[in-house]
Ligand binder design. Structure first.
Ligand code: ATP
Ligand code: MG
Length: 300
């Protein structure tokens, strides 16, 4: 019989940047910006409180993404609690390409497991990760949100998800430039062609391989390694300011890419250059100097 723990449990989950240029739908990096979520079992009802990002927009009922993800995990664990109180303190901006939906989903499934007595014995990390990736529909943000660091993720012949962590040189940091308005992922996806030239696919594969090596310990190659052939240019009409910033930064030798499906721009840097880089933030945008998060989802 599944029983629940007394008192609240807490989890924090990092923002993530997917693609990183050429690694379309496969590479993701966890960043030092975190949503904090707390949950407690109640005798009845559902209370959802949200502060920070999305607090004016997200629903406060069972359709809330964290609640939906918790319910999916409770169903896997064997029982839903009679009632639930959820408190979300959100830092990750919504709809900007920094993985807010993955953070919500990973937070939800990890919280649900932590609320079940002995939950980790019932559902292991690998199963929980696959559940989160199924809810999200793709694993490239969920994997680093869950595991932390730099993760290469995908789907095995259309069936199961895989996620393999790969090292990041400690000198590598980032500045993310967040525009004031979102771009819907469906709009960004809708601009992609059904087929690309073979030469582009080949060039992209080469840059992706180079990016894994550059991140692991050769940051001097990050500029070459972040050149993408598969998605960013096609999406230019949906986010012209983002692509203009990517172009301007790259023209000055800065390894810059669109973060996820945009419109945030991510630039790799080292600690000494981060301040000057952040000063290039366009008016009305917000720049954050973020380091690589090594921990992923943390129960606290
Ligand atoms: N913390 C959250 N709580 C509840 N719902 C959330 C939360 N974060 C994201 N969502 C839901 O997900 C939507 C944003 O998801 P979307 O995938 O479009 O953007 P993103 O995850 O921020 O960026 P990307 O997937 O490109 O990295 C929000 O509009 C909201 O409906
Ligand atoms: Mg998302």
């Amino acid at each position: 019989m599944v029983t629940f723990v007394d008192g609240p449990v807490r989890v924090s989950v990092p923002a993530t940047s997917a693609n990183l240029g050429p690694g379309f739908d496969s590479l993701g990096l966890a960043l030092s910006m975190r949503d904090e979520i707390e949950a407690e079992v109640l005798g009845a009802g559902l209370e959802v409180r949200v502060s920070g990002s999305g607090s004016d927009e997200v629903p406060l009922d069972e359709t809330h993404l964290v609640v939906r993800s918790m319910h999916a995990a409770f169903d896997l664990l064997g029982r839903r609690p009679p009632g639930l109180r959820l408190t979300c303190r959100n830092a990750i901006p919504h709809g900007r390409g920094l993985g807010s939906s993955s953070a919500a989903i990973v937070g939800g499934v990890v919280l649900a497991r932590a609320l079940v007595a002995g939950g980790a014995l019932l559902v292991d990390d690998a199963t929980l990760f696959r559940m989160a990736a199924r809810i999200e529909g793709h694993p490239d943000n969920v994997a680093p949100a869950f595991h932390g660091g730099f993760v290469i993720a995908g789907r095995d012949e259309g069936t199961d998800f895989y996620a393999v962590s790969s090292p990041v040189d400690p000198r590598i940091e980032t500045v993310v430039f967040v525009p004031p308005t979102p771009v819907a992922t469906e709009v960004a996806r809708g601009l992609l062609p059904a087929a690309v030239p073979h030469a582009d696919a080949a060039a992209d594969a080469g840059r992706t391989a180079l990016l894994v090596a550059a991140l692991a310990g050769q940051p001097e190659h990050l500029w070459l390694a972040t050149r993408d052939y598969l998605h960013q240019d096609y999406r230019r009409p949906a986010m012209p300011e983002s692509l203009a910033l990517v172009d301007a930064l790259r023209a000055d030798g800065v390894p810059a890419t669109v973060s996820g499906a945009g419109p945030t721009v991510l630039a790799f840097t080292d600690a000494s250059a981060a301040g000057a880089l952040a000063d290039r933030c366009p008016a009305g945008w917000v720049a954050h100097h973020l380091t690589v998060d090594r921990d992923g989802a943390r129960s606290t």
